[in-house]
Ligand binder design. Structure first.
Ligand code: NAP
Length: 276
């Protein structure tokens, strides 16, 4: 990847930008509208929202007012936990489309692997996918055992598994499994919600490359071939995040960053949602 708008090929032939903007915890209305509109103006083409974030309406308005043709944008949303099941997923999808005022989504994800429900949820997503109203379907927060269970009944392999991924949670086994199965990994909380920005090694590498700590982490993501969707509400940071394509971390530096892994999460462990 050499540019903010460069894409990665998913297993169904759809191309997704390798870097996008996440909008979790950005308030609906003017806040999210301004952020998404500014992101698109600054060259971002991929926006990650979810029904749970409660800001799809503002995201949709910004998309509409951006002046960028719909087919040049890549919009992701997700079915929330209490919307899972066959019929309710179909309703949730329609509700997301209505909120966003869009005709179709580029990517729709199962937000968390809700026990005894995600297979039916997936069946609904496959059915919507066949209508052409979603260009790619995927999952989020799936461990290997969830993906194996899904495989027992799925007709389509998920295009994406969006999981927490950063130098403190490198997801080696999951990454290898997804690669083997043709599932593209996507990183949420790539900056560990800001908690990684003081890490000494990351700051040392930042100084060496004349980059910021955030840029080092996001560069590590793209060199691992992992799609990522950092969140920021600051335009200056948006520009900074987009400027990660003209330097290279060496193999040794990548290994040093990998070695920071301590399997530590900033968000929930998906197993929490796998209980009766
Ligand atoms: N599928 C899931 O279950 C799931 C879960 C969580 C998140 N996500 C998605 O992933 C996206 C990103 O994750 P996240 O929002 O949890 O965390 P994140 O992207 O790791 O971190 C966001 C935090 O880092 C700060 N930040 C951003 N750029 C920075 C920079 N250049 N320098 C210093 N600080 C910077 C932001 O502050 P400012 O806003 O003040 O700049 C914000 O506080 C979400 O927005 C959402 O779309 C998905």
């Amino acid at each position: 990847m050499e540019h903010l708008q460069d894409t990665i090929l998913l297993n169904n032939g759809v191309r997704m930008p390798g870097l996008g903007l996440g909008v979790y915890k950005v308030d609906d209305g003017q806040n999210v509208y301004d952020i998404v509109k500014a992101a698109i103006e600054h060259g971002y083409r991929s926006i990650d929202t979810a029904s749970f974030y409660g800001n799809e309406a503002g995201v949709g308005r910004a998309i509409k007012d951006s002046g960028i043709p719909r087919n040049e944008l890549f919009i992701t949303s997700k079915v929330w936990n209490d919307q899972q099941g066959y019929e309710s997923t179909k309703q949730a999808f329609q509700s997301s489309l209505n909120q966003l005022e869009l005709e179709y989504l580029d990517l729709y994800l199962i937000h968390w692997p809700i026990r005894d429900q995600f297979q039916e949820t997936w069946r609904a997503m496959e059915s919507i996918y066949r209508t052409g109203k979603i260009r790619a379907i995927g999952v989020s927060n799936f461990h290997i055992h969830h993906l194996k269970k899904l495989k027992e009944t799925a007709k389509y392999v998920p295009a994406i598994n969006q999981v927490e991924f950063h130098p403190h949670l490198t997801q080696r086994a999951l990454r290898d499994y997804c690669k083997k199965e043709g599932i593209q990994l996507e990183a949420w909380s790539p900056l560990k919600r800001g908690q990684l920005l003081d890490e000494p090694l990351i700051n040392e590498l930042a100084k060496k490359h004349g980059k910021s700590a955030a840029q080092i982490i996001l560069r590590w993501d793209i060199q691992h071939g992992v799609i990522t969707i950092p969140k920021t509400t600051h335009i200056g940071r948006m520009k900074e995040i987009a400027d990660i394509f003209h330097f290279q971390l060496s193999t040794e530096e990548m290994a040093q960053l990998d070695a920071l892994n301590c399997d530590d999460r900033s968000g929930s462990n998906p197993e929490k949602y796998d209980k009766k």
